[in-house]
Design a protein around this ligand. Structure first.
Ligand code: AN7
Length: 375
């Protein structure tokens, strides 16, 4: 490839973003993430469907939050802010602290104590954030930072900051640019609901400017124990192993409802068990390691496919089946403890050749299933 590598999302989508020639751009070259075909999921959905994985875990801090953060932090620097503040289930704090470090800003993060995956906590700490663990859930932390931001000269960088939404909409742009059109369906996890709001905005803007002929059906998935949008009421004590989306009072409630309604899609719930099954399937059949919250999009896709949702998905006159994109919002290494917990690790063995040839499955010629025949 000739020439300069592409910049971050602000450089690539500048006309769509709230920056001027004098805005200082704080970037880690976020975006431009892989859109990977999933053979395993295409087969499972059937009906000629093509399923793609938008691997947002490949962003610089390992999640989609970086798209919003490059805009939010650039605008904070432009506004001469000296500190940024957020509440977080983990990924927002990781991203905010990294971009703040790069900009020379202080960062302060409030996290629900004991409910943030290890990788994310390590990021906020090493990037120099002032990390305050609060004995309360994410929703309470968000209420606290909103009050703090009213009382002190700090910039709030949760997704209620509109610059976050602006940056995150670029994920939709990239998908359309890669496919040459919009997908027919988009599946994604929903927590605080900023991302589904942002991506619907992205598709709507591309549609408005004539870059795409149609917008996708938006399918958002919450964890069963943290599904306020599905239940239609706040969840006081949200529970799920997918800590990233353990949220009972989403800030962008209206945005999520609008995306689902305007696109004739839906917000549905998936169980922790379905999330973990999808988590292992992605890792073991597609080689893509995501964090549990991200697997909610695939859990939801499979649930809908099993229920026959895509039966009528082949529009008249089109030979191909539907094009479906699942957003994989965060990297699996964010939550290594979950991966280790989900797969049993056998006891250590003595260094004996016979014991080890048995334990490795090599003795039985790998019939134990380490190597699967290719379908
Ligand atoms: C991997 O970091 O809310 O519906 O504080 O980390 O836009 O909230 C993270 C959310 C999905 C849900 N997948 O996105 C936070 C935070 C992952 C996430 C979501 C999050 P939104």
């Amino acid at each position: 490839m000739a020439g300069r590598p592409s910049g971050g999302i602000i450089e690539r989508y500048r006309p769509y973003l709230p920056v001027s020639p004098t805005t200082p751009i704080i970037t880690l070259l976020e975006g431009n993430t892989p859109l990977i075909v999933s053979r395993a999921l295409s087969q499972r959905v059937g009906r000629g469907a093509e399923v793609y994985l938008k691997y947002e875990g490949m962003n610089p801090t390992g999640s989609f939050k970086d798209r919003g953060m490059t805009v939010a932090i650039s605008k904070a620097v432009e506004a001469k802010s000296v500190a940024v503040l957020c509440a977080s289930t983990g990924n927002t704090s990781a991203s905010a602290s990294a971009y703040a470090a790069r900009a020379g800003l202080r960062s302060i993060v409030l996290i629900p104590s004991g409910a943030v995956a290890l990788g994310k906590l390590s990021q906020a700490l090493i990037h120099g954030a002032r990390v305050v663990a609060v004995d309360a859930n994410f929703d309470a932390c968000l209420a606290l930072v909103k009050s703090l931001a009213r009382q002190h000269p700090v910039t709030l960088v949760n997704s209620i900051n509109p610059h976050r939404i602006e940056g995150q909409k670029t994920c939709a742009f990239e998908i359309c640019d890669a496919l040459g059109r919009a997908p027919d369906y988009q599946c994604m996890p929903v927590g605080n609901a900023g991302n589904i709001t942002a991506q619907w905005k992205g598709y709507t803007e591309y549609h408005g400017r004539g870059r795409i002929g149609h917008r996708p059906v938006m399918l958002g998935f919450q964890a069963e124990g943290a599904a306020p949008l599905v239940k239609g009421r706040l969840v006081k004590h949200p529970r799920t192993i997918a800590t990233a989306i353990r949220i009972g009072n989403p800030a962008s409630w209206q945005g999520a409802v609008a995306a689902a309604e305007e696109s004739r899609g839906a917000i549905q719930a998936v169980s922790d068990r379905q999330i973990l099954d999808a988590y292992r399937l992605l890792a073991q059949e597609d080689g893509v390691f995501v964090e549990p919250a991200s697997a909610a999009s695939v859990a939801g896709l499979l649930r809908l496919a099993q229920a026959g949702y895509f039966k009528k998905a082949r529009p008249a006159g089109r030979r191909q089946g539907p094009t479906i994109v699942c957003i994989l919002t965060g990297h699996g290494l964010k939550d290594p403890e979950r991966a280790i917990k989900s797969i049993r690790l056998a006891r250590p063995l003595p260094p004996s050749l016979s014991a080890i040839s048995k334990a490795t499955g090599l003795k039985e010629g790998l019939s134990g299933g380490i190597i699967r025949p290719r379908p």
